[in-house]
Design a protein around this ligand. Structure first.
Ligand SMILES: [Zn+2]
Length: 131
């Protein structure tokens, strides 16, 4: 992952993203190491997708639980990813992103944790574009 990619996909993208392991939405950028969920330390890498389908931006966010803290200690608050990783494709433009797909596809075996699913705070209004 290059710093260029992070800079280009400014804060707007990180405001849209949330962590599919714990549902929190704050990420920390650690220079030369990467970007991690501030709550559970799951790593996320951004890659530009060549397949934009006409959208201004098309980004793959790849989550990896190798670095996740206390994954199995806090089972009620964290959900491991299938084989430790999952990707989500995001299309759109700042302020108007949407999820195109998850890989592996959510199903009976696995669902990404929804934004704020495990927190006590009210769900943000933009939860609707997850549907
Ligand atoms: Zn997390």
């Amino acid at each position: 992952m290059s710093l260029e990619v992070i800079d280009r996909h400014s804060e707007a993208l990180f405001e849209f993203l949330w962590c599919p392991v714990c549902g929190h939405e704050v990420f920390s950028h650690i220079p030369f190491e990467g970007v991690f969920c501030k709550n559970c330390n799951t790593q996320v890498e951004l890659q530009e997708s060549r397949e934009t389908r006409g959208y201004e931006e098309a980004v793959l966010a790849c989550f990896d639980t190798n670095s996740t803290w206390n994954l199995h200690v806090d089972e009620k608050l964290r959900r491991d990813l299938p084989d430790g990783s999952a990707r989500v494709k995001i299309l759109g433009a700042p302020g108007a992103y949407k999820v195109d797909w998850w890989s592996p596809a959510p199903g009976d075996d696995w669902q990404p944790v929804k934004r704020g699913q495990f927190s006590d705070v009210d769900e943000p209004a933009d939860i609707s574009h997850l549907a």
